[in-house]
Ligand binder design. Structure first.
Ligand code: ARG
Length: 588
């Protein structure tokens, strides 16, 4: 189904053509002066140059062709040659009727669909999830849902940070704490216990302790590096410990992501890419791309058009050790082999942008990724506290995601239990839903690449451009619909009507903009577009609500029109928040 703007554009293009001008001038846009008109076409201004005529004359010619057109209730030429237009109530009604009956509200999926691997989340095993990982999870999850809505096949991969020194640090610290564990006995040949020798909270205590110690104690760090080396070269006891670390840590991560309604298809990690490294490196050497520079193996990735320096991509350090980017390149080898994606997208902190430029160029240059496979980096900004510095706990430590969620949830719980009839369980579930909406919407309503200030008070307000406001609007509609049915009526028997008031028309116009908004969000992979759309829609709805007697309306036919309109609105809003990755309660 065409977008509403396309429907109008086609009509105006026809009018240009009938008036003797090229149809390409007939593009219609939403008016930037809503006080004057709903839509406008500025094509006559451009056409004036081609036809050596005053723009006003051209616009008037077109206006004549549109006289009496059923799509418009007003077409007006204004100086110097704009066409100002209002859609007719009938045109809106007929568009909304089709929207109501069509899957995805008439949004047309992308014609050429891709198989996409989405790399997001990126938590590090055995380190607690902190707010820095929140953005990747929240933005990535929404982008995944948006791309799927557009018809793409999207495979989400968490890409665990499960390789490197952190494992050696944990092993070494554990050895100091519990030296008698069988994992440290090199002569042991039997099976290892199934039960991990630590809980998640112990594990989360071990890593920071080990990390702090390695900074002060050189011998400890040396031992941790040695343990990492032995682990990576197959020492049995350490590998058994690694699988315990992985198991304990991953089940905790899953619990956390679950709370965030973030779901991954693949739980692969950096370690899964390691087996691909030797062949990949050999091939880079054989093909003449990789060479030794200052002892390290590198691939040049600078290009002539670069305005900033892009340093070579380092593949192996002089001691032969692999690096973060070796792993990312090998991960691409693995992904190409296993999934043949058309597109790989990374949702990572924008400070890693240059790094990904190097990785992408290297992957293309060395043929790891074919020329026609897209590689996209979506960099997000930092989540700052009210002081403008990276978000911290009150004590100045790194804020853990779990703590943050629980804090906000408790605040929401206080807020809703003040004035309500809900049971304690309902209030608990509802406060979880509101907290999630507050956090996610607070993040997603900003353009991802920008830094933003995490302001709990602002985000959790029931008024303004916030998640709870959107939920509140949805709950308001649901409550009206519920009361309508409690009065013995059936929503299925209602039907949309042509708008009769200004606020009703505004609401219908907002609904008609759905496909346009989704299209923008898909093309730019930008959840903030969805936020902006549903915020406008919620505002239009609330305005209509305040101006209109709905349940008290005595004219039953009129009331049916209102109810059908509310029903469509609530479906579009709920669809919107689903794309953002949260849902609405029935009451709040
Ligand atoms: N684990 C990394 C970090 O915490 C993020 C991983 C991003 N994804 C990637 N393919 N490199 O910074």
């Amino acid at each position: 189904m065409d977008k509403f703007l396309t429907v109008l554009t086609k009509e105006v293009m026809d009018a240009f053509e009938r008036a003797g001008y090229d149809r390409s001038y007939g593009k219609v846009g939403v008016s930037n002066r809503p006080d004057l008109c709903e839509f406008q076409c500025n094509g006559a201004l451009a056409a004036a140059k081609t036809y050596h005529k005053a723009p006003f004359v051209i616009a008037e010619d077109v206006e004549k062709e549109l006289a009496g057109n059923v799509l418009f209730s007003k077409v007006e030429t204004v100086k110097p040659g704009f066409l100002n237009m209002d859609a007719s109530p009938e045109a809106l009604l007929s568009y909304l009727k089709s929207m109501d009956q069509t899957e995805r509200f008439g949004y047309e999926m992308d014609a050429s669909t891709q198989k996409i691997i989405l790399d997001y989340g990126g938590p590090n095993v055995a380190k607690p999830l902190h707010v820095g990982h929140l953005r990747s999870a929240v933005i990535g999850e929404s982008i995944k849902r948006i791309l799927r809505y557009a018809g793409h096949e999207v495979i989400g991969d968490v890409h665990l940070g499960d390789w490197g020194l952190q494992m050696g640090l944990i092993i070494e610290e554990l050895k100091n704490r519990q030296p008698d564990l069988v994992y440290f006995d090199e002569s042991y040949e039997g099976d290892y216990p199934k039960e991990a020798p630590f809980t998640i909270s112990e594990l989360e205590d071990i890593y920071p302790a080990a990390s702090a110690r390695s900074k002060e104690d050189a011998a400890f760090k040396e031992a941790a590096m040695q343990a990492t080396y032995e682990l990576q070269h197959g020492r049995r006891g350490y590998q058994a410990l690694l699988s315990h670390i992985m198991h304990v840590s991953v089940s905790d991560l899953k619990k956390n992501y679950d709370r965030l309604s973030v779901e991954f298809d693949l739980w692969k990690g950096e370690s899964d890419a390691q087996p691909y490294i030797p062949d990949m490196v050999q091939k880079m050497k054989d093909d003449g791309y990789a060479y030794i520079s200052d002892g390290a193996l590198v691939v040049d990735v600078k290009e002539e058009t670069d305005t900033k320096e892009v340093p070579p991509c380092m593949i192996l350090k002089s001691d032969g050790a692999s690096l973060y980017n070796t792993t990312d390149l090998a991960t691409l080898v693995m992904r190409m082999q296993d999934y043949h994606p058309d597109h790989v997208i990374y949702v990572v902190d924008k400070r890693q942008e240059l790094y990904f430029t190097q990785v992408f160029r290297c992957a293309k240059k060395t043929g790891i990724v074919p020329a026609d496979t897209d590689l996209t980096f979506i960099g997000f900004g930092t989540m700052n506290g009210k002081d403008g510095k990276p978000f911290k706990t009150r004590e100045g430590g790194v804020m853990r995601l779990e703590t943050l969620l629980t804090d906000i949830q408790e605040q929401m719980y206080q807020k809703i239990s003040e004035n309500d009839t809900m049971t304690e369980d309902q209030a608990k579930v509802t406060s979880e839903q509101i907290a999630l909406a507050a956090i996610k919407y607070g993040d997603l309503s900003n353009q991802a690449s920008k830094d933003y200030i995490f302001d709990v008070e602002k985000f959790s307000s029931f008024e303004g451009n916030t998640g709870p406001y959107i939920l509140y609007t949805i709950v308001r509609i649901k409550s009206i619909l519920r009361k309508y049915e409690e009065g013995g009526e059936t929503i299925a028997d209602t039907k949309l009507m042509a708008p009769q008031t200004e606020s009703e028309k505004k609401l219908m116009l907002a609904l008609a903009g759905f496909s346009e908004a989704i299209d923008g969000a898909v093309r730019e992979m930008a959840p903030h577009r969805i936020c902006a759309y549903i915020y406008d829609l919620a505002n239009a709805l609330n305005h209509f609500y305040h101006e209109t007697k709905i349940l008290a309306e005595v004219d039953k036919e009129k009331q049916k029109g209102y109810i059908a309109l509310l029903n469509l609105t609530v479906r579009v809003l709920e669809n919107g928040i689903d794309l953002l990755g949260f849902e609405a309660p029935d009451k709040m």
